[in-house]
Design a protein around this ligand. Sequence first.
Ligand SMILES: Cc1cc2nc3c(=O)[nH]c(=O)nc-3n(C[C@H](O)[C@H](O)[C@H](O)COP(=O)(O)O)c2cc1C
Ligand SMILES: [Fe+2]
Ligand SMILES: [Fe+2]
Length: 398
Amino acid sequence: MKTQITKDLYYIGSADRRIALFENVYPVPDGVTYNSYLLAGDEPVIFDTADGAFTGEFLRNAEEALAGKAPAYLIVSHMEPDHSASIKALSEKYPGMKIVVNARSKIFLEGFFPDLKAEFVVVKDGDAITVSGHTLRFVFAPMVHWPEVMFTYDENEGTLFSADAFGTFGSQGGVCGDAAQFEALVSEARRYYTNIVGKYGAQVLQALKKVTFEINRVCPLHGPVLLKAAFAKAAEYYVKWASYTPEKASAVIAYASVYGNTKRAAEYLQKALAERGISEVPIFDVSKTHFSYIIAECFKNSHIVLASITYNAGIFTNMETLVSEIVRHDIGGRKFSFVENGSWAAQSGKLMREEVSKLKNTSFVGETVSFRSAPKAETYAALDALADAIAEDVKNNG
Ligand SMILES: Cc1cc2nc3c(=O)[nH]c(=O)nc-3n(C[C@H](O)[C@H](O)[C@H](O)COP(=O)(O)O)c2cc1C
Ligand SMILES: [Fe+2]
Ligand SMILES: [Fe+2]
């Protein structure tokens, strides 16, 4: 189904409510959309295509919105298959359609579709084409989050086609009109950004710097179109996320526990923090909650507490995954504290600390709380001392 956005701009994407894991990693309990847009006119332009599972639906949507015409151009923002998998089918259906790429995306396109025959328009950063009275300018945004990413800006309408930037998980689509509506989406927008793009904060800031023009609406490749006020709110969040600035001076606790003793210690710490005025500290069992939710909380909060059992002389497996994801996402500027447990040779705290030391501007708060098997009076005393240190640091740095 097509949806009209402006007089001549249509949404022709698809909602995927069947998929369990986006990129075969990230749970999407509310699904995800693969957005594509059509700018109607004498020379219709399509912006990106759809995932391979939706080629049929995408072609139908495009045909409906084209109303008997053929597209003159397809603009390719980047070649990740959730948006590019239907290029060949679209090109075969409309052989006269020119494909607008940059030099890098052309190479990637040839990698995915070695036998695709089409006329290419290869553009450089800052180039523009004029179609149906619209000037479409190309703004390269490398590594947001693939190397060849480019935004397209419609100068007449103030529409930014932002590729995967400003996208969100969820199959609702539609239009997000104001700041309050964006706030309602922000937890999934945060989880999407931090996990998919989060590693490339410097590149996102570079790209945001290039977006100096008037924006009336942003058309991302996942989730709703953001109107001016919603985009302003989203941009505020993006600047924080991309610069690794915590949204809140507060803490998040993640624990790994098989038999419940480390859980008990983590919960005690959460209560001790609340007693010291640090309330609303989310607590996660790393075996239950997918790391993507915890990564999002690590971007949100200034202080991160990791509590793990020692497991085969290492860190418990799901905690090991979380720690390596924290490091892979380059979440700099956070304060870490640790709790370790082991029945014979506790060393998970030391190992977790070594891992997160690889991050930039990392610091540590309090002493690692180390205990054997089950928490005892001295463990609770050490957890109280850790809570004192975290609470003081949160208040000082808040
Ligand atoms: C498969 C397995 C491997 C373990 N490996 C170690 C180890 O290498 N060193 C150690 O001190 N404890 C080890 N432990 C013991 C746990 O770390 C310890 O019993 C801990 O108290 C469990 O805490 P929990 O109640 O939070 O699960 C292991 C436990 C399991 C189940
Ligand atoms: Fe992408
Ligand atoms: Fe995408």
